[in-house]
Design a binder for this molecule. Structure first.
Ligand code: SF4
Ligand code: SF4
Length: 288
């Protein structure tokens, strides 16, 4: 039975950000007249290209007012593949790393990643049609090792290994260039969701999630717990997008805040808690 939420504040805020991000990356091509499938409108010559606009790019690499922003994990793959590291890469990745590092690493997953949006839609459909999934869960830290494996393979093959099947790039390429090849990756993730385990990609397999889990060990914002207000109903664990076990330390009273680098700050636990025992706020950036 679906758990009734006390509030929808965080879900609404996240949907605005998630759809806003999708629109942001689609807007440049729409502005210059190229459609979602990369076909110039009316076959006319395009005088302005998307790359000439103030914002252009994808979650892997973008340009704002001429400043290049780079996905830190893509840069690590590039560095491993090329066996070199440039100052330009460092300048490009630092704003992104600092932004998510200061808030909390996996905020990227909960608020920016389009794959999470897709998987939440699948969750919603599954609940609506009462579709059960056989759960063959993997330990949540598996994705850390997948991330390490991707970097090692990038070094061995001199190729950006994750970028070959990265579903986020797939969505971005679909929006920007009309490419449908990445749909295979997305389809594979949906199949995993339906026949392997609930949220298996985000929880245990995505190497980008593994990278941001490592970054998320520190951060200024956390889910905080008022232990006296908790009735131990378990609703927060049931709706957690990351992994129910990350709430265990606050539920058993051994921690006052969720310390796991896996927390996406999605706020689903806060929205569902009937007694307002949970909140998101500033806390010491280092786990105690
Ligand atoms: S924190 Fe809230 S939702 Fe979680 S067990 Fe306690 S009362 Fe229930
Ligand atoms: S602990 Fe709460 S905020 Fe963190 S991922 Fe789970 S549901 Fe989201």
């Amino acid at each position: 039975m679906a758990i009734k939420k006390r509030s929808h504040s965080f879900t609404i805020a996240r949907r605005i950000v998630q759809f806003g991000m999708l629109l942001l990356f689609a807007a440049p091509l729409l502005v210059v007249g190229a459609g979602l499938f990369g076909i110039p409108s009316g076959g006319e010559k395009i005088d302005t290209t998307a790359s000439m606009l103030p914002f252009f790019g994808s979650l892997s690499s973008s340009s704002i007012l001429g400043i290049t922003l780079l996905d830190p994990f893509a840069v690590l793959q590039e560095a491993a593949a090329a066996k070199t590291f440039t100052l330009g890469w460092l300048i490009g990745l630092l704003p992104i790393l600092l932004f998510y590092g200061l808030i909390r690493g996996r905020t990227f997953c909960g608020w920016s990643c389009p794959v999470n949006l897709l998987l939440e839609a699948i969750d919603w459909l599954r609940a609506k049609f009462n579709l059960k999934v056989v759960e063959h869960a993997l330990p949540r830290h598996t994705k850390l090792w997948v991330a390490v494996g991707v970097l090692v393979l990038s070094a061995i093959t001199s190729k950006l290994v994750f970028e070959m099947f990265n579903p986020i790039s797939a969505i971005n390429k679909g929006i920007l260039f009309g490419s449908i090849t990445g749909l295979v990756t997305l389809l594979a993730i949906v199949v995993l969701e339906l026949f392997w385990a609930h949220r298996i990609w985000c929880r245990a397999l995505c190497p980008l999630g593994g990278f941001y889990e490592a970054v998320g060990s520190v951060g200024l914002l956390s889910v905080k717990m008022d232990y006296d207000a908790c009735t131990h109903c378990g609703h927060c664990s049931a709706v957690c997008l990351a992994d129910p076990e990350i709430l265990d330390p606050v539920l058993n009273g051994s921690k006052k805040r969720v310390v796991a680098g896996d927390c996406m700050l999605c706020g689903e636990c806060v929205d569902v808690c009937p007694t307002k025992a949970l909140s998101i706020g500033f806390a010491s950036p280092f786990p105690k």
